[in-house]
Design a protein around this ligand. Structure first.
Ligand code: HEM
Length: 409
């Protein structure tokens, strides 16, 4: 479907075939991001990845993150930390169960993912001195909100929706927090009394002012602004996405007790009685992986992915698409299309993946919760490890049911 949002030609992609054309066949043409007016006022603007236009700068930052920070080896090296956080949460939940207390599971999941993310980034859990996430969430809210000025640029200077003002204030607050965190890492390293080591800030500081083999050109060496921009990308891209996906998966499981039971059986056979999770077992949990795919199919946490922008004029299937068109991939609609998933597309049936090679890693355009191609999510491995671990541990450790006899499927 094509339409015009203000001055911007916009294509909405709603079928796997079209998604493949835009995200694979012509990925090089559509791999940029639109310049949104607020990006100018976002902390560090387009110095990270998410909002940065396609080009050598973005390519180098992305390559740096993929190789130095988000590689499977690096992520897997934090397995013991994740297990410690998860076990501590399970213990505290067990206490609330014994005491018959009400507990907000959504909040607990959000906190455990937040702590795991901060420990990986900064070497310590949530710091009570400042609320980093609340500021990031507000920045994302402002950046993601519909901004008239993006479609009618003449209105930009008027800041009719107050977005510029809001973002300037948030940027200042975030910069102060990140400066403190980085300074503390520098001071600890200098003093030789480093309490924490090997977190992402350490890795980036150790590579600062050096050209690494992941950089094509010396001009792209890491510097303090890039460190802060990358940290923000990871907090904004990594925390709420994983926590929301866990919430949806647990919700569907609670609504489908037969699926929950079958998953518990698989978990007991692989994880044993104590249920302590060894992440190297995650790949063996085939039914869990089907459950997570099915949950992503119905509830993609980024239902329209992130907007792409075309970098040159192109004709596709006889349609002319001008340079600087906006591309929105409707992953939500594709995931529920009966032509793709049959008449039971609206139902939660993990078994639909038995014997199918449909995966969610961006090779099958029926299921692209992490996007695909050059702009596909660089944090997918981490996101999947987080989701699988928490769901596996929660379903193994507890029997879940809806309250007050609410009907299930
Ligand atoms: C459930 C977990 C996650 C989901 C569903 C998810 C989904 C996505 C999606 C749909 C995109 C946009 C793809 C596109 O434009 O085509 C994206 C981009 C991105 N994600 Fe994730 N993500 C998750 C976890 C993470 C994590 C854990 C991190 C980092 C720690 C992360 C960092 C990023 C970054 C930096 C981008 C921008 C990439 C670029 O523009 O080059 N994400 N993610």
């Amino acid at each position: 479907m094509s339409m015009r949002l203000g001055c911007v030609p916009t294509i909405v992609v709603s079928s796997p075939r079209a998604a493949e054309i835009f995200l694979k066949t012509h990925d090089t043409v559509f791999a940029s991001r639109p310049t949104v007016q607020v990006a100018e006022y976002l902390p560090y603007g387009a110095k990270g990845m998410v909002f940065t236009q396609y080009g050598p700068y973005w390519r180098n930052v992305r390559k740096f993150c993929t190789l130095e920070l988000l590689s499977a080896t690096k992520i897997d090296s934090f397995a013991a930390m994740r297990r410690e956080e998860l076990e501590s949460l399970v213990r505290s939940l067990k206490e609330t169960v014994v005491a018959h207390e009400v507990v907000d599971v959504t909040e607990k999941v959000a906190v455990v993912i937040e702590n795991m993310t901060y420990r990986m980034l900064f070497g310590r859990s949530k710091d009570d001195r400042f609320d980093l996430k609340a500021n990031v969430v507000e920045a994302i809210r402002l950046a993601g909100a519909f901004n008239l000025a993006d479609f009618v640029p003449l209105l930009g200077a008027l800041d009719l929706q107050g977005m510029t003002r809001g973002l300037k204030a948030i940027s200042k607050a975030l910069d102060k927090i990140l400066e403190t965190i980085i300074d503390e890492h520098v001071q600890e390293a200098k003093s030789g009394h480093k309490k924490y080591a090997n977190d992402f800030v350490d890795v980036m500081l150790s590579l600062m002012n050096k050209s690494t083999n992941t950089h094509d050109q010396l001009s792209y060496v890491i510097d303090p602004i890039k460190i802060k921009a990358i940290i923000l990308d990871m907090i904004s891209g990594g925390i709420d996405t994983s926590a929301t996906a866990i919430d949806w998966t647990l919700t569907e499981l609670i609504r489908h007790p037969k699926v929950m039971k079958q998953l518990q059986e698989e978990l007991q056979s692989v994880m044993g009685v104590d249920g302590m999770l060894d992440e190297s077992n995650l790949a063996k949990l085939e039914y869990l992986n089907m459950v997570i795919k099915e949950s992503f199919r119905l509830h993609p946490v980024a239902p329209l992915l992130a907007p792409h922008e075309s970098m040159e004029d192109i004709v596709i299937d006889g349609y002319y698409i001008p340079k600087k068109s906006r591309i929105i991939v409707n992953s939500w609609a594709i995931g529920r299309d009966p032509n793709v998933w049959s008449d039971n597309a609206e139902e939660f049936i993990p078994e639909r993946f038995i014997g199918s090679n449909r995966d969610l890693r961006g090779h099958n355009f029926e299921l692209t919760p992490f996007g695909s191609g050059r702009r596909g999510c660089p944090g997918m491995h981490l996101g999947l490890v987080n989701i699988r671990s928490v769901v596996a541990r929660f379903v193994h450790g507890f029997d879940w049911e809806l309250p007050n006899g609410i009907a299930t499927f």
